[in-house]
Structures are given as structure tokens and as C-alpha cells.
Design a protein around this ligand. Structure first.
Ligand code: ZN
Length: 56
């Protein structure tokens, strides 16, 4: 009765963000001096920001 299939939908590892230019922002993982850095890069204009939310 009212079964909710929680397992049918797994949490997506990659969130999608849109750049102000209309391109898709993709997350990149960089390794810099032994540290892992996450960068967000627009696929279209190659703009990079530290956080995907900075593209708004
Ligand atoms: Zn862009």
C-alpha cells in the first residue's frame, strides 16, 4: 500500500548548473600540490569559478 521505491532513484553525483552564457557548467577535480580542488568550468566559454553557484 503506497510503496515508495526509494531505491529506484539514486542521488545524482553531478549537479547541473548553467553558466550565464547559456553553456553547461561542469565540475572538474584538480590535484594541486597534494590537495584536491574542485573547480567548476563552463563548457562553452571556458570560464572557471571555484563554485558552480558563482556562475549565476
Ligand atoms: Zn559560459
Amino acid at each position: 500500500m503506497g510503496q515508495a521505491s526509494k531505491n529506484s532513484r539514486t542521488a545524482s553525483a553531478t549537479q547541473r548548473f548553467m553558466c550565464s552564457c547559456g553553456g553547461e557548467v561542469k565540475m572538474k577535480t584538480l590535484f594541486e600540490s597534494g590537495k584536491v580542488k574542485n573547480m567548476a568550468e563552463c563548457d562553452k566559454c571556458k570560464r572557471t569559478e571555484r563554485r558552480p553557484s558563482d556562475f549565476r
